[in-house]
Design a protein around this ligand. Structure first.
Ligand code: FEO
Ligand code: CA
Ligand code: CA
Length: 624
């Protein structure tokens, strides 16, 4: 494999390229098809007045969405390099990669050279992703993930997309992680407050600590940290979450791609299950032994965690919470059980991996700090049954035969042992703000029904993953028994199956709330606005061709959870995904992330710049 070519791949395709999995045997497929047909035809989508119903392989029962129930006129598809919002709305960039957080970095970015290494941790990071709004002593703060880098854009052209020196590696490290920045509203709308004492960059090098049962484990010790308590850096920060006590949760996703080996190293089931191999995506290992498996075999175990950051305290040390398990975390959606315990829903974004739930031992009440609530609790995996029931299976030494430390560090292996359901790439999970109901975007899975997951678990068609070779994705939702997120049983249905009703008449047409007017593929980011609307962001195929014809660029849609209606609100520039959504405290402005745009968006400077944009209604009304 020519590693230089891998920088252009998506992280998902990068893993697939390095870890091709054998197709299941023809016998497996015959069996699975039989199962899937039963499950698919037998399944009924049962929730609420807007529920869709499976029948003859086609979803029926939802009034076709016309967008009439929304406060905006839906936008059409786009294939250009611009952002489009509905009539009566406007947008502008809030912050782009390379924009200064401090005066000394003003003018640091140029289209020709990007950002010099000495300024690379004083500017907004690359490839914006999950984000949340906070308020501290009357100041409005955003915490924003920078998921990964585009070395061909971030490094000088002579580097040809691969760092040549330790300084260039440092530059890439600094452009990733998390940015905390203060924003303020002036005559010209919201803007970054330069030199705010809250402004902060947290990178691949920032000192962290760990808590929970695996902290200090031999599995987490390195030469630089023989206690296994002081990891450096948070990486591949994808989705986000916020705690009830007002801190930020950043979720480490495709950490495996940063590690490689310059010499011999011991391969293991643990490395294999997480896709850690001898050649890293950005050649970090050639310049920094921390990323070299032959020097520091445990370093990968210190990544893939949910990490908590206090945006209101620039001096605070981020904490990696081992109790929440190690996998390719998408986001972390925190809610509360009826008895006050803290519940965190989490997806593991890889083909055929699992959905998790963490439940704290202790309880939380308004005004209290988090204390040990994310350190002491139980991790569960989801099992979805074809009869539309489901259960949370606890990961314990008894259920997995693994020690507590092992089952947290290798949560995927523990989930397999416990019997979790293999899912179509679990992305963001969003909980309804006023009723006990959670939604998870299952973005797509071309291997569904064809190949096992990385642990060898079969991926039969059925249940909430009802289509073989699923390129469109769906959103599953569940309601916990008794309306209590702490309950161990739930019922589920599909809120939507994306598809193309212009090309297909079977399940690949999508559910009945998918129309030629709102077609999309690959739901990924999701968040509820305070009015109970589900905002859906896509990260999928934007060729607008073949089975994706009529879907255009990636987009953001709004879904009504009660009626099933879905309407397109925003389209992204070609090449970009839409990811990350939060609102100003007064709900009048939405902040939306535009990641890896193509062309020269947004300012025609000769290079594309990932950016957070502000979107508002021109009449000043609330939009979220
Ligand atoms: Fe970083 Fe699963 O998206
Ligand atoms: Ca994502
Ligand atoms: Ca994605």
């Amino acid at each position: 494999m020519d590693i230089r070519k891998t920088v252009d791949l998506t992280w998902d395709d990068f893993d697939e390229l390095r870890d091709p999995r054998p197709a299941e045997t023809e016998f497996d497929r015959v069996v699975e098809r039989a199962i899937s047909r039963r499950g698919f035809l037998g399944g009924t989508l049962a929730f609420g007045s807007g529920a869709a119903v499976f029948g003859s392989g086609i979803l029926e029962g939802v009034a076709r969405a016309q967008g009439s129930g929304f406060a905006f006129t839906p936008v059409g598809i786009a294939t250009d390099h611009e952002v489009h919002v509905p009539q009566g709305y406007a947008w502008k960039p809030l912050v782009r990669w390379g924009d200064p957080l401090f005066s000394e970095a003003q003018g640091a970015w140029s289209a020709e050279a990007g950002v010099p290494v000495e300024m690379s941790d004083k500017v907004f990071g690359e490839n914006t992703d999950g984000m949340e709004t906070f308020e501290a002593d009357g100041h409005v703060l955003l915490a924003i993930n920078s998921e990964y880098v585009n070395p061909k854009i971030n490094l000088p052209a002579e580097a040809k997309g691969m760092p040549r020196t330790a300084a260039e590696v440092r530059l890439l490290k600094n452009l990733q992680g998390v940015t905390v920045l203060e924003i303020a509203e002036g005559a010209d709308g919201w803007a970054v407050v330069l030199d705010s004492p809250y402004n902060r960059r947290i990178t691949h090098e920032t000192q962290m600590t760990m808590d929970g049962p695996a902290a200090g484990s031999a599995l987490l010790r390195t030469n630089a940290d023989p206690e296994g308590m002081s990891p450096k850096g948070t990486m591949n920060n994808c989705g986000s979450g916020r705690t009830l006590w007002g801190t930020y949760l950043t979720c480490e996703e495709n950490f495996n791609g940063y590690f490689g080996a310059t010499g011999a190293y011991e391969d293991s089931e643990g490395l294999k299950r997480y896709g850690v191999e001898g050649e890293g995506r950005y050649a970090y290992e050639r310049f920094d032994p921390r990323y070299d498996l032959s020097a520091e075999p445990n370093e990968p175990n210190r990544h893939g965690w949910v990490t908590e950051i206090d945006p209101s305290d620039p001096e605070s040390t981020p904490v990696k919470h081992t109790a929440l398990g190690r996998f390719k975390h998408e986001n972390a959606e925190m809610v509360q059980a009826t008895d006050g315990r803290v519940v965190v829903y989490m997806g593991d974004d890889e083909r055929g991996e699992f959905i998790y739930r963490y439940v704290s031992n202790g309880t939380w009440a308004e005004g209290q700090p988090g204390g040990s609530l994310l350190a002491e609790g139980t991790l569960f995996v989801a099992k979805f049954n074809d009869d539309m029931s489901g259960e949370w299976l606890p990961l314990t030494p008894q259920s997995t035969g693994m020690s507590m430390e092992e089952l947290l560090v290798f949560a995927r292996i523990a989930g397999s042992k416990a019997g979790a359901t293999t899912m179509d790439r679990p992305e963001w999970i969003a909980a309804h703000p006023s009723r006990a109901e959670a939604y998870c975007a299952l973005t797509n899975n071309k291997n569904r029904g064809l190949k096992p997951n990385a642990g060898g678990d079969a991926t039969p068609v059925g249940g909430p993953n009802p289509r073989e070779a699923n390129n469109f994705g769906q959103i599953v939702r569940w309601r916990p028994e008794g309306g209590d997120h702490g309950a161990d049983r739930f019922t589920w249905d599909l809120y939507v199956m994306a598809g193309n009703p212009e090309l297909f008449e079977d399940a690949y047409a999508g559910s009945a709330n998918v129309t030629p007017g709102n077609m999309f593929n690959s739901p990924d980011g999701m968040a509820f606005s305070s009015d109970g609307m589900l905002w859906i962001q896509t990260d999928g195929e934007d060729s607008n061709a073949d089975e994706f014809a009529g879907m255009g660029n990636n987009q953001m849609l709004v879904g009504n959870p009660d009626t099933g209606e879905i309407a397109r609100f925003l389209t992204a520039p070609n090449g970009a995904e839409v990811t990350g959504l939060t609102w100003s405290p007064d709900g009048r402005v939405a902040f939306v992330g535009i990641q890896h745009p193509g062309g020269s968006w947004p300012d025609g400077a000769g290079k594309p710049r990932s950016a957070v944009i502000a979107v508002w209604r021109e009449d000043g009304a609330r939009i979220g």
